[in-house]
Design a protein around this ligand. Structure first.
Ligand code: COA
Length: 402
């Protein structure tokens, strides 16, 4: 018997949940004007509260998404966010109860995976979440940038105002589609909160590329000017780059690198294999200042998740999967280029579901995990086969922060 219970939130208590979440991150309550911007981003029926009596002591919510997986299929899933437990209630199983309730809700809704961005790396592995994509943090000394020559696209880049951006950017994002494993659809309020950056006291600009057949890419950025301080540094932050082709991608980056009165260009959580340095005459001008985890992925309905992605050509492997939180996922799965299914055959490799999630989009290989002693290797010859089956041509990356 626990001393708290989990309930679905409604309009009457969702602001309390938001205040609780902000408090867990050491921020005060959102003032009325900011709450007006945020409130619609709580999707009905998707926010939970942990209660002792009438008092809320913890909360977690999510948005419905689709996640692109290797092979191009898109799986129904949940993007989990605003997880917080009141400081006087931590380490009493409140988050564990919220997670269990979320998994149950996702299964009832037919959602196969869930994903989140973690405040700390030690929280979510126990619940079966693994790091399935990572991103690079880039810093460029703008004054030293010299972009290598290019034939260009023959297109043109124009700045649009926020209202136009709020129509155009979602439309382009949808039309261009989820081009990498790990990318997700974006929900309407994501756009509001990320293009209207007033909430973060930032002024976002949207530059749209128009090619021969119409608009085919855009970049969102903001500049924090250092001009008001003596020797101040003006920093351009790249917030979003969406392009329908490599040529448009290159043209958008060329634009970002030549905005005037900028000393530094920075970008966070960019794809590990995004070739920005190859646009530069001097590659050393780009510094990779960090590599951070991006997608934390939970394979909620494991048989459906394994069957949902494609596999490359290689001899089959049998994986024995352990899953403490969702034990009906446990068991042996045979993976072949034709798909994945449960089997009674003996296992080649054994691993926890969070580590399987780490391999699922292609971020880490089975060989790397075995090298670190993280998986059971029952047949060493299975490692290169598993790596080949799960391998992907491009690195996984989501590009949507929430
Ligand atoms: C992270 C947080 C939600 C955890 O909530 P909680 O109710 O204390 O978690 P639980 O009691 O269910 O913990 C379950 C297990 O995870 C461990 N754990 C939870 N949070 C942890 C943390 N931050 N660091 C290390 N271990 C943690 C617990 O020790 C417990 O371990 P056990 O099963 O071996 O006993 C809470 O500490 C919090 O609100 N933190 C600040 C806000 C935040 O970081 N939110 C996450 C945003 S992504």
């Amino acid at each position: 018997m626990t001393d708290h219970d989990i309930r679905v939130l409604d309009e009457s208590n969702v602001r309390t949940a938001h205040t609780l979440f902000r408090g867990a991150l050491h921020s005060g309550p959102a003032p009325d004007d900011k709450w007006e911007l945020v409130k619609d981003s709580y999707d009905p029926g998707r926010a939970f509260g942990a209660f002792q009596g009438d008092e809320m002591v913890g909360t977690a919510q999510s948005w419905a998404i689709r996640l692109a997986v290797p092979g191009g299929a898109e799986l129904a899933g949940a993007a989990v966010s605003r997880v917080g437990v009141r400081a006087d209630w931590t380490r009493r199983g409140v988050l564990s109860a919220l997670m269990r309730r979320q998994f149950q809700a996702y299964r009832e809704a037919g959602e196969v995976v869930s994903t989140l961005r973690a405040s700390e790396a030690v929280i979510y592995g126990r619940f079966g979440y693994g790091v399935a994509s990572r991103g690079r943090q880039l810093k460029l000394d703008r004054r030293r940038v010299s972009v290598s020559p290019s034939a260009g696209t023959g297109g043109r880049i124009r700045l649009v105002d926020q209202d136009t951006a709020l129509t155009l950017a979602p439309e382009l994002y949808t039309r261009i589609g989820l081009t990498r494993p790990g990318m997700t659809t974006r929900w309407p309020t994501w756009w509001e909160m990320n293009l209207r950056r007033e909430m973060r006291d930032e002024n976002a600009q949207t530059a749209v590329h128009r090619g021969a057949d119409g608009d085919d890419g855009y970049a969102v950025y903001s500049v924090k000017s250092g001009m008001s301080e003596p020797h101040g540094t003006s920093v351009l932050s790249v917030l979003d780059v969406v392009a329908g082709s490599p040529e448009v991608w290159a043209e958008l980056w060329r634009y970002l690198l030549r905005v005037d009165l900028v000393d530094q260009v920075v970008a966070e959580l960019r794809p590990l294999d995004e070739p920005v340095e190859w646009l530069l005459a001097d590659r050393r001008v780009l510094k990779v200042t960090d590599v951070e985890d991006e997608t934390w992925l939970r394979l909620v309905d494991l048989p459906a998740a394994l069957a949902g992605r494609s596999y490359r050509e290689a001899e089959p492997v049998v994986l024995e999967v352990r899953d403490r939180y969702l034990p009906d996922n446990e068991g042996a799965y045979r993976i072949t280029p034709d798909g994945a299914e449960r089997t009674s055959a003996p296992a080649d490799l054994g691993l926890d579901v969070d580590l399987l999630a780490a391999t699922y989009l292609g971020d880490v290989s089975f060989t790397e995990l075995a090298h670190a002693g993280r998986i059971d290797v029952l047949d060493g010859a299975a490692l290169p086969r598993a790596d080949a089956l799960f391998g992907t041509a491009v690195r996984p990356w989501a590009g949507t922060y929430f």
